[in-house]
Design a protein around this ligand. Structure first.
Ligand code: MG
Length: 203
């Protein structure tokens, strides 16, 4: 399976990092070795001094497809959850300065803690879902999917032009503002609508 991620999909987060608003989705991948499930501990990597959390709505792909049109795109989702796009911001800034790809900063072991998935039909509108992230009990990020620049169906249409989507693939859909640095000992929690779906520690 693969993990497809979109960067710069919320205006407030683009602003906090000083990036330009994209004219088409910004895409990167994480390998399956990035996944942490069942609230496993995240181990702080020794190549970074600035790991930041990015809470994101995630979609699990339920069937294979390519060149999917936006009007049918939501039929390809079989589950919704939350993930944390763990980012080595210091490494990423260096790569960005050099014009290099982001994978070392974004796709390392354990860089994708994910929740369990709920069925899509549990939500009335995929573009109106509240979610948030707390660090040590303090709310750091709060978002609603209606604030996305590229809605989920457009992301699926866009990425499926390049990558065949397969059952079990996971899509990270971008983070709202409030990303902050984590440190060893921190507790990260994330809430989807009113349900806590992630709760793990930094080791
Ligand atoms: Mg992200």
């Amino acid at each position: 399976m693969k993990i497809i991620c979109i960067g710069r999909n919320y205006h407030d987060h683009i602003k906090e990092l000083g990036n330009d608003v994209p004219t088409e989705p910004v895409i990167f991948l994480k390998p399956d070795t990035a996944i942490l499930k069942n609230n496993e501990d995240f181990y702080y990597p020794n190549f970074s001094k600035q790991i930041q959390h990015e809470v994101e709505l995630i979609c699990r792909i339920g069937k294979e497809g390519k060149h999917i049109s936006p009007e049918f795109a939501l039929n390809y989702i079989d589950g919704i959850g939350l993930g944390i796009d763990m980012t080595a911001r210091d490494v990423q800034n260096e790569l960005k300065t050099k014009g290099l790809p982001w994978e070392l900063a974004k796709s390392f072991n354990g860089s994708a803690p994910i929740s369990n998935f709920s069925e899509l039909n549990k939500f009335t509108d995929i573009q109106n879902i509240h979610f948030s992230a707390q660090v040590n009990g303090i709310e750091k990020q709060k978002g609603n999917t209606k604030m996305m620049i590229f809605p989920v169906k457009e992301i699926i249409a866009f990425v499926s032009k390049y990558f065949t989507l397969k059952k079990g693939d996971i899509l990270f859909t971008g983070t709202p503002s409030g990303v902050s640095e984590i440190k060893i000992g921190d507790r990260i929690e994330a809430t989807l609508e009113n349900e806590k779906v992630l709760d793990f520690y930094i080791k």
